[in-house]
Design a protein around this ligand. Sequence first.
Ligand code: PLP
Length: 387
Amino acid sequence: MSSVLGTYARKEISFSSGKGSYLFSENGDKYLDFVQGIATNILGHCHEHLVKTVQEQSKKLWHVSNAFIIPEQERLAKRLTDKTFADFVCFQNSGTEATEASIKIARKYFHKIGKPEKNRIITFQGSFHGRTLAALFAANNPKHTEGFGPKIDGFEQVAFADLEAIRAKINKNTAAIMIETIMGEGGIKVVPDNCIKELREICDKNDILLILDEVQSAYRTGDFFAFEKSGIIPDIVPIAKGIGGGFPLGACLVTKKVSVGMTPGSHGSTFGGNPLAMSVGNAVLDIIFKKDFMDNVKKKGKYFDKALNKIKDKYPKIIEEVRGDGLIKGIKMQVDNAKFIKKLIDNKMLTVKAEENVIRLFPPLTVLDKELDEAITKIEKACREMD
Ligand code: PLP
């Protein structure tokens, strides 16, 4: 019996190594890995530049307290703020901590400007913002909150992209609207650009902050952030997963305006922003900032989308819908998603499920066309076998 606490229903496979889009199991099988640590290893497994960075930095310095200036952290923050809407970055270790920090920053902002009554946050039903108590009750998914009461107050949910419901919920206590730009765990549901634009307008009109959780969606659409196509500027954006390329790293990006409450002592993290994590974050940016890298993500995303839709048209009894944007993809199944995932495992391909009977596909952003073709062949074979 395992001594690991049973918080996961783990599959009976373990891996001894990985390279790029592939994982190698302990018994020597080769799997095409489109889980990639759930949208985390955006450069695939053991990318040369990341390996070299970890090796070099681990010989120099791993960890120092945030009580001191950390040059690697200054550099990563500068590169992120130069590239994005943000003026400041607060480093964490995970997505949950990044969303939790976002909630704190939003509340503290209103406290600082003399409106402490503005402390409630509106979210979408079916969303996922992490596993701390505040993040859990922000999403308020009974599957995740049951038994963890008392309920953390301060959040209310509306149906996905329901702008009327949002308007109806807003009152003098509303501080922020917090949504995932692409709802990941909820089933790869892309919030339409016009909805994001309207949310920005609603926020501006009502003196409310807009928090866009890009923990899962950032970089994958081929833009740095999935919201960029909408042309708006959010107030706070939590990120994690991909920015560490598989190393635990989270961050909360904020504008100067909302940063005013966050003074020394208002937030902290022992590990968040340490030299080792920051070196990896910088190394990830070295690659994704390369000319044409993101354009290629868009191209590959379109190619994959077309091929997946072809399979959908051929097997309408198996696939209902192809969702997503760029290289963040979901397939809403007509058959049980868990059974389809098992079938793909039998065909040596790894995917991960989401709500609404969806399977999620997260190729690394470095995926080769021939690897996308291999995925298509395996998915089509699984469809044929289940048809
Ligand atoms: N927010 C979103 C949108 C996520 O998808 C996740 C994780 O899946 C989180 C927050 C929590 O991130 P982590 O598991 O790194 O704490």
